[in-house]
Design a protein around this ligand. Structure first.
Ligand SMILES: [Zn+2]
Length: 360
């Protein structure tokens, strides 16, 4: 039998790195603090100016009068523009990270082997050591060797420590697999995308919402009446309906995946979050059950399911990795201009993240 090889075996994979700056000097911390303040202030005055009509949308750094480097002012303008088109009035918090776009920061290694990040701020470029813990060593080495591409750098303070976050793009072999990312959410209970094939599946969350709302109000009235046995019965009825729906949904997803050669399904690892807030949103039991059904039905079909780190999957652009904005169902990237259904953008991000195999 002739072996058919898909030519598109290389995919762009993304990893988001968050780490600490190592002992930044007092002068530096003071300057970053000031930059943080100016950044939020710049974004706020842009939004306010656009809301009350005093500023032009086409504003440039030439008309921003503060001490920030122009590249940081540009990033503030870019973000404010993307966020403004969303909902109008916005209140920024003063702990907002300040951002530097990919061309204006550097990662380097000093003679004694210390990894440093260099970026402009107010008075000058600073090169500051970062902590390279074991999990990010490969990525940092890849960046230093030029095998990986960096995108937006964000700098922020939490407590007494300063952190940076950046996304790294690299070419990774897909191993001939068709990568399928699955986003489980409330608006759309299932959003699945196979970015290499340009195929997607989108299922509305209305039916699940309807079931949950219906039984919640029934439960509340039974609770008030103190009707414990009826309450119990009602709980079981709700469970049966949710379970039935989840069987249908997971079957549809596995059928979607099964149309491709060597499918690999990737879903978000919601484990940790679920423990923190057990009863709300996508961390409630119906969503956990849907995940389990997907893993189980896929395994029966011989399809591997991997869990990936869920951070920023809905905020980042699935093409270039920049932070974008969501307006209803629409995601827009201020960097590359891409527009996409927000949940499918998230699913594409999930598809290309490296993950850990799930066990049933
Ligand atoms: Zn983009």
């Amino acid at each position: 039998m002739a072996v058919y090889r898909d030519l598109r075996e290389i995919v762009m994979a993304r990893i988001t790195i968050t780490t600490k700056f190592h002992n930044p000097s007092r002068a530096r911390r003071r300057e970053w603090q000031r930059a943080t303040h100016l950044y939020a202030e710049t974004k706020q005055s842009l939004i306010d100016g656009w809301v009350n009509g005093e500023l032009e949308q086409s504003i440039t750094t030439a008309s921003i009068e503060n001490d920030l480097y122009a590249v940081i002012q540009s990033q503030a303008i870019r973000e404010a523009k993307a966020e403004y088109s969303k909902d109008g009035a916005i209140e920024y918090s003063s702990s907002l990270p300040f951002g530097i776009n990919n061309q204006n920061w550097k990662i380097d290694v000093t003679e004694n082997g210390t990894v440093v990040l260099g970026f402009p701020c107010i008075s000058q470029w600073w090169y500051t050591p970062i902590t390279v813990y074991e999990e990010i060593e490969d990525v940092v080495n890849g960046l230093l060797a030029g095998d990986m591409k960096k995108s937006l750098l964000q700098v922020y303070r939490r407590g007494a420590e300063w952190f940076c976050a950046f996304t790294v793009l690299h070419e990774a072999p897909s191993g001939g697999k068709t990568l399928i990312g699955v986003d489980i959410g409330e608006r759309h209970i299932l959003a699945a995308a196979a970015p290499d094939k340009g195929e997607s599946l989108l299922v509305s969350g209305k039916e699940m919402k309807y079931i949950r709302r219906k039984y919640r109000s029934l439960r509340e009235s039974l609770q008030e009446a103190g009707a414990l046995r009826a309450l119990n019965r009602m709980g079981k009825k709700e469970q049966r309906r949710v379970t039935h729906l989840n069987h249908t949904l997971s079957r549809r997803l596995v059928e979607f995946a099964d149309q491709f050669d060597e499918p690999l399904i990737r879903i978000e690892d919601l484990g940790e979050i679920r423990e923190r807030c057990p009863w709300s949103g996508v961390h409630s039991w119906p969503f956990g059950q849907l995940q389990r059904f997907i893993i189980y039905k896929a395994a029966k079909q011989g399809i591997t399911v991997e869990k990936v780190d869920p951070s920023y999957t809905s905020q980042r652009c699935s093409v270039c990795g920049a932070s974008g904005t969501r307006s209803g169902d629409h995601f827009r990237c201020p960097d590359c201009g891409r527009g996409r259904h927000a949940d499918l953008n998230a699913a594409e991000n999930i598809a290309t993240r490296e993950g850990e195999p799930c066990t049933t």
